[in-house]
Design a protein around this ligand. Structure first.
Ligand code: BES
Ligand code: MN
Ligand code: ZN
Length: 490
């Protein structure tokens, strides 16, 4: 992770390999805009049009620094459009710069942030963008290494609010990066037991306690969903329980994450094309783990119980079949009609276990359905659940700059999950598949306040990178979850 500092220094005196400035369109002309009190007049001579600099999001042009600048070069980044205000716009602009400028040591960023919240957001974006996943490259080619020092130039640098916010900015960025790392890790190395070991490593130095339930413990606990999904793999399933219980906590939140370390579909096997993306089917569990670690580092006064529902969904002689009936923890039986609807089976066990802690709120997060992408595309996640919980998640999402949209649980879809033989089937009507999956999960929440986050599309970016979002794992959900936990800390 790059080192983050804030400075009130004048533009010309910033020491950096690259000085990042923003470009906005004023009177249809691309124009350099800096922080309020900074004088950009020395740059007026630059012909931005001729340089190809533009105000468009993700546009970046690099030029040698003119005489009088201590920085070696200047990068002109397009500021793009506002997203519910200036914060997310600046987050993305800063992130597009740190994502594009690699193989350098130091960056100074001087973007037009006028409020503390804007400065904080742009600092977040800068760290979010300074990421690359190179663990499996045999040669660390210099060009993809993120910068190691980021200096944010702002007249507000010495404000107490900025100082106070810095540990959170850093913890949040670390959580985003570790979520991305987990999602990007190839599934030959990230299988359930390996994920459980990484969870133990991740909480070291914090007060988070970890319990790992292996197959024997899962069997004696009646976790038939996790066991059923995992039984086709030679690498057995696990349930990881994380608990963070600070003395001063007034509220208790349970987080449940889907952790399918690879989803082949099982016997109802998926087509070969695109199956490689199913290494990301554990993005919910990764977000839960990283968020709890961040909450503990920041000593949030809220009790948190996390459940990582880990299994590998494989077809084999020992795999579950369509028409098998399994028993979820607590006794409800499920007829498996499609082994590719496995997420809801492991999540059902996790939700029941979460309810046993009697939390004030249960939030589950899962790459649950392809239908999520049909409905909302690749960049907008869905939230379903009890009314108040959904509102709280939406408020946290807006606050943190993540795109979530509320989805209904229409009552007429519930009977499509009725089974001929068991209490419920794991597949219902195809149309509205995301909502049907939501209905399935709801059966295991015991009527508690609950929100279900379907992040199937947004958790893994198969297209081009943009803003602070790289290709591959994105870290989707972490910001919303951490903000929600902060709201429950009050
Ligand atoms: N992991 C998938 C959902 C998914 C698809 C996530 C694409 C990310 C990208 C999930 O386990 C699944 O296969 N769901 C099925 C359910 C269906 C069989 C009822 C789906 O959505 O097709
Ligand atoms: Mn599946
Ligand atoms: Zn899945």
């Amino acid at each position: 992770m790059a080192d983050l500092t804030f400075t009130t220094k004048d533009l010309t005196k910033l020491v950096a390999d690259v000085l990042v400035l923003g470009v906005e369109s004023i009177d249809d002309t691309p124009t350099i805009v800096g922080p309020d009190t900074f004088n950009t007049s020395t740059l007026v001579g630059l012909d931005l049009r001729a340089l190809g600099a533009s105000a468009a999001a993700d546009s970046i042009v690099r030029v040698p620094a003119p005489q009088g600048f201590t920085a070696r070069t200047i990068a002109l980044v397009g500021l793009g459009e506002p997203h519910n205000g200036r914060e997310e716009q600046l987050r993305r602009a800063a992130g597009s710069a740190t994502r594009a400028i690699t193989g350098m040591e130091s960056l100074a960023i001087a973007l037009p942030a006028t409020q503390e919240s804007e400065v904080i957001s742009l600092a977040e974006g800068a760290l979010f963008g300074a990421y690359s996943y190179t663990s499996y490259r045999s040669e660390q080619s210099g060009t993809t290494v993120p910068v190691t020092r980021i200096d944010i130039a702002t007249p507000l640098a010495r404000q107490a609010a900025i100082k106070k916010a810095t540990p959170r900015i850093v913890a949040l960025a670390q959580a985003l990066h570790s979520t991305r790392d987990l999602v990007n890790t190839p599934p030959n190395d990230l299988f359930p037991a390996a994920f459980a070991d990484l969870a133990k490593t991740a909480v070291k130095g914090t007060s988070v306690k970890v319990t790992v339930l292996d197959e024997k413990a899962l069997a004696s606990g009646g976790y038939g969903g996790i066991l059923g999904v995992g039984q086709g793999s030679t690498r057995g399933p696990r349930l990881v329980r994380l608990s963070y219980t600070p003395a001063k906590a007034k509220k208790k939140v349970a987080l449940v994450g889907k952790g399918i370390t690879f989803d082949t579909g099982g016997i109802s096997i998926k087509p070969a094309a695109g199956m490689e993306a199913m290494k990301s089917d554990m993005a919910g569990a990764a977000a839960v783990l990283s968020t709890i670690v961040a909450a503990a580092k920041l000593s949030l006064p809220v009790a948190i119980h996390g459940y990582l529902c880990l299994a590998e969904n494989m077809p084999s002689g020992s795999a579950v079949r369509p028409s098998d009936v399994i028993t979820i923890r607590g006794g409800k039986t499920v007829e498996i009609l499609n082994t590719d609807a496995e997420g809801r089976l492991v999540m059902a066990d996790g939700l029941v276990a979460a309810g046993e802690e009697n939390p004030d709120l249960i939030v589950d997060i899962a790459t649950l359905t392809g239908a999520q992408m049909m409905a909302l595309g690749n960049r907008v996640s869905a939230v379903m659940g009890t009314d108040h919980a959904v509102e709280e998640v939406l408020a946290a999402a807006t606050e943190s700059g993540e795109a979530f949209w509320p989805m209904p649980l229409p009552e007429e879809l519930r009977p499509t999950l009725d089974s001929q033989v068991a209490d419920i089937a794991n597949m219902g009507q195809r149309y509205g598949g995301m909502l049907v999956a939501g209905h399935f999960l709801k059966e295991f929440t015991g009527g508690r306040p609950w929100a279900h986050l379907d992040i199937a599309g947004p958790s893994y970016n198969e297209s081009s990178p943009y803003g602070y979002t790289p290709k591959g794992g994105t870290g989707c959900g972490v910001r919303t979850l951490l903000t929600l936990l902060e709201d429950y800390s009050q």
